[in-house]
Write a protein that binds this ligand. Structure first.
Ligand SMILES: Nc1ncnc2c1ncn2[C@@H]1O[C@H](COP(=O)(O)OP(=O)(O)OP(=O)(O)O)[C@@H](O)[C@H]1O
Length: 261
């Protein structure tokens, strides 16, 4: 079967710096990946490759059975759902929440004159309900809390029934209760067999949802370790990734890390 993602020795070089260094990665349909690494490790750069936003300087990036550089990215991008802070900033604050989600079917931000099918409207409402924010459908995006906005973005990313879901630091900026509520929702999504393959980027192991199957640890553009989460997410690998002796625990499927004194 064709992998959802098949990167072979992908490098990204910008201004003489190597942002990604010979990254190879294969993601299957049922995989839920987490990418962890310190600031500047190249996580967002990797997500940009996976989102068909940038092309490799070197290597081959296979995405959804196509090869970046040999395919019209405008055909590929609608098949990939993305949430990121950069994208969230582009959502007009005056936009109705329902419209933020439904407009994804036309890959536009800011609803204008498109005609949507009744099915699109139903799907948008369904997703808002699934993400626990059905009651906010008629509010404007700008009136929502940070945590509620994150959920709207995830609903929008799922609207087109993507084959790959990319979540860039979905829990960043949330308070403890907000983080826990979002992790619970993401855990449900990760464990949903009908949900798409996903890649979630985070700095914090505490933000890893239950149901994540694989981990990729990134440092200075290089893979420190990648594979099934149980084998990959170890105290040794995490310590090497963050250059800090760390202890790692897992309770009820959730991870926690702290520095070793
Ligand atoms: N156009 C560019 N030219 C040179 N360096 C760049 C360019 N774009 C990004 N970088 C550098 O590449 C490195 C990786 O950036 P990236 O945003 O992918 O890291 P990250 O792991 O997502 O970091 P963070 O956790 O801080 O968001 C950083 O050191 C960044 O400064």
């Amino acid at each position: 079967m064709v992998a959802v993602v098949d990167l072979a020795d992908v490098s990204i070089v910008r201004g003489g710096s190597t942002l990604l260094d010979s990254v190879s990665l294969r993601i299957e349909e049922s995989d839920r990946w987490v990418v962890i690494g310190p600031n500047g490790a190249g996580k967002t750069t990797l997500l940009q490759v996976l989102g068909a936003q940038i092309h490799p300087t070197d290597g081959v990036a296979g995405l959804l059975g196509e090869v970046l550089g040999l395919v019209d990215v405008f055909e590929l991008r609608p098949r990939i759902g993305i949430t990121s802070a950069a994208l969230a900033e582009r959502i007009p604050r005056s936009e109705r929440v329902h419209d933020v989600v439904v407009s994804a079917s036309y890959a536009v931000l800011g609803r204008w004159r498109e005609d949507y099918d009744e099915l699109d409207h139903e799907r948008a409402d369904e997703l808002l309900t699934q993400l626990g924010i059905g009651q906010f459908a008629d509010r404007t995006f700008g009136t929502l809390s940070e945590g509620e906005r994150k959920r709207v973005q995830i609903a929008r990313a799922l609207m087109t029934d993507p084959e790959l879901l990319l979540l860039d630091e979905p829990a960043a900026g949330l308070d403890l209760a907000g983080r826990e509520a979002l992790v619970r929702t993401l855990s449900e999504l990760s464990q949903d067999p009908y949900a798409p393959a996903s890649v979630l980027v985070t700095h914090h192991v505490e933000e890893i949802p239950v149901g994540i199957t694989h981990a990729l640890l990134l440092k200075k553009g290089k893979i420190v370790a990648a594979g099934p989460v149980e084998e990959t997410l170890t105290a040794d690998n995490l310590s090497a990734t963050f250059d800090l002796p760390l202890a790692l625990t897992r309770t009820d499927g959730r991870w926690a890390a702290r520095a070793v004194a």
